[in-house]
Design a binder for this molecule. Sequence first.
Ligand SMILES: [Mg+2]
Ligand SMILES: [Zn+2]
Length: 186
Amino acid sequence: MSAKQVAFLDRDGVINEFVLEAIRDPDQFRYYDFTAEALARLGRLGLPVVVVTNQSAIGRGWTTEEIVQQIHQRLLKDMNSWGVQVLAIKHCPHHPEDGCRCRKPDTGMLEEAAEEFEIDLTSSVMVGDSVVDMQAADKLGMTKVRVKTGRGESPLPDGLQIDAHVADLSEAVDWMESWSSTSPSP
Ligand SMILES: [Mg+2]
Ligand SMILES: [Zn+2]
């Protein structure tokens, strides 16, 4: 099996509306008005998707593993209905002070997915709103697309170069449409 080119998507502030101090309840999980259309186009592009999301609200005791799983079952079902090939939805449940390897800007979730699904990270793209999304992707030599929704307008650290800074997920898919036609398939 040859290595795959994949779109990694952050969750909060990219796919669904950003909520200050975390989504703690399924009722707070709301898509943007462009989400369904954008993800349907991403599905037609044929790029498989892995969602990678920091959910320290679990480690902080603000929500539970069960609630996050419930939200992710809904997300998976919806993404499938929009025609997206979802390889996995991965979350880091840890508190920022736990010192885990999965919490972005660390690369554990990305590397674990790469191993499980034979993903070629250097030919894959990360779409995120937060600086940590861009930092994690940068460590692995991935293409980096930042959206301006959610936390997407905070300053980047000096020296961190990204490939695009677009309005939202819909524009990120526009960008990936031209990118995937020019980037070599592994
Ligand atoms: Mg985010
Ligand atoms: Zn973690």
